[in-house]
Design a protein around this ligand. Structure first.
Ligand code: GAL
Length: 425
């Protein structure tokens, strides 16, 4: 069974090495001596893999009898993983557990009957009091809970190279106060002959789009985009799209060839002024030995009000997986205080539980904790918190058409409005 899975997943599968290899049932008898868990994520490279490795280390301590099999598929935000996962689920070949975002994305799997209610595990692991209500609500449908959260990320962050900004005469002691001031800085960087804003392939462009929408609309109007209260082709969205268009006009020519690490790296290398990316990016700056405030700056994309661009990683219990005990063990580690601490410290996120000791958190992570506790929450589009997989796909297609010049400011909002129609329908 395990061998067949590996064949299916082979083109993009990255193996974690010894831990992944030792449980192969080479006899083909299907009776491996110990339980194993294939964990399907997209934390395949760089700082994301470092996060997964940190979690696996805790898992090995807590469950030495369960073999970890790494089913990671490269591609930021699950851009490649989700398609492969869907074919495996349809073929009746689920991994023991897979990464999914808390929020609307779960509905796809719930409606297809592909994942199980994990409410009983939540009780067993004592999580009801440890997980904040605003997160629990995003994991629940009709009183049932469909995944166990591991961590929370903030999406609407701008990362800047202090050297590049200073060279262009931009004051880095305080962030720009508005979206338009940020745009003025991009123009200034353009004049200085550097890439003002680095971005990557389509999903990172959608990520930039959502940050601009949050900034321009503010929390209430932004959140209204997902329940029909705010029109996708109304004046405010169009004002946001105009700013998005201006920003795309200041980005790198090789954008469609890069995933997020390549785009963020341009700022780390001093080849671009700014990058808009979720706060997993901070782990890449830290891996590059850069210091916040000295070598790079970080701030929320400024706008109407301070908001927390929200997404949370979580892990599921698929129907029909071969080793439910292995999955249960993984979910226990993922939800444990030690597991959440290790993952967040390595990845730049904050724990999903509120009872983790955060004393050793960096200045940046402290700021994320405060913002999550205080600011209005805006659910991410690119990371499945606000929209289903099908709706996100339609938004991504419309965005790619726009940024490649195949549609314009008249067609783009219409396409986004159509996407919303099909998404909610
Ligand atoms: C998000 C995920 C994060 C991070 C990011 C970049 O969707 O929730 O944990 O991995 O993608 O790939």
């Amino acid at each position: 069974m395990i061998q067949r899975r590996h064949l299916l997943a082979l083109p993009a599968l990255i193996s974690v090495g010894t831990m992944a290899a030792c449980g192969e049932d080479s006899t083909g008898s299907g009776t491996a001596a110990q339980t194993s868990v294939e964990v399907f994520t997209w934390w395949a490279q760089g700082s994301e893999k470092a996060g997964l490795d940190a979690l696996v280390e805790v898992f090995a301590t807590q469950h030495p009898d369960v073999e970890f099999v790494n089913g990671a598929v490269a591609g930021g935000a699950g851009s490649a993983a989700k398609d492969l996962l869907q074919s495996r689920l349809r073929a009746g070949d689920p991994p023991e557990t897979f990464q999914a975002h808390a929020g609307a994305e779960l509905n796809d799997y719930i409606e297809a009957g592909q994942i199980q209610d994990v409410s009983a595990l939540l009780d067993e692991f004592g999580l009801r009091d440890a997980i904040p209500e605003r997160l629990l609500a995003r994991l629940s449908v009709d009183q049932a809970i469909y995944s166990i959260p591991s961590n929370i990320h903030r999406s609407n962050m701008v990362w800047g190279s202090a050297a590049v900004l200073n060279d262009a005469g931009i004051d880095t002691s305080s962030p720009p106060a508005s979206l338009d001031e940020f745009l003025e800085q991009l123009q200034r960087l353009q004049g200085a002959g550097v890439t003002p804003l680095s971005v990557g392939t389509t999903w990172t462009q959608v990520h930039l789009l959502e940050a601009v929408l949050m900034a321009q609309l503010g929390a209430d109007a932004y959140n209204g985009l997902f329940d029909g209260a705010t029109a996708w082709d109304g004046a405010e969205v169009t004002a946001a799209l105009e700013r998005f268009e201006a920003m795309i006009g200041h980005t790198n020519a090789d954008r469609d060839d890069l995933d997020w690490p390549g785009a963020t790296q341009q700022v780390i290398d001093g080849a671009a002024g700014y990058n808009v990316m979720g706060d997993w990016a901070i782990a890449a700056f830290e891996q590059g030995q850069l210091a916040l405030g000295e070598d790079f700056v970080a701030f929320e994309l400024p706008g109407r009000e301070k908001v927390f661009g929200f997404l949370a990683d979580s892990f599921t219990l698929p129907e029909g997986a071969s080793h439910p005990d292995g999955a249960r063990a993984w979910l226990e580690t993922v939800s444990s205080v030690d597991g959440q601490l290790a993952l967040s410290l390595a990845k730049g996120s904050i724990p999903a539980r509120t009872d983790v000791d955060t004393a050793e958190f960096s200045e940046y992570m402290q700021s994320a904790l405060t913002s999550f506790a205080q600011d209005a929450i805006c659910s991410s589009i690119a990371h499945g918190a606000a929209t289903s997989v099908a709706w996100l796909t339609a938004i991504s297609e419309a965005t790619s058409q726009f940024t490649t010049g195949a549609s314009d400011l008249a067609g783009y909002p219409r396409a986004l409005a159509d996407a919303a129609g099909s998404g909610r329908g």
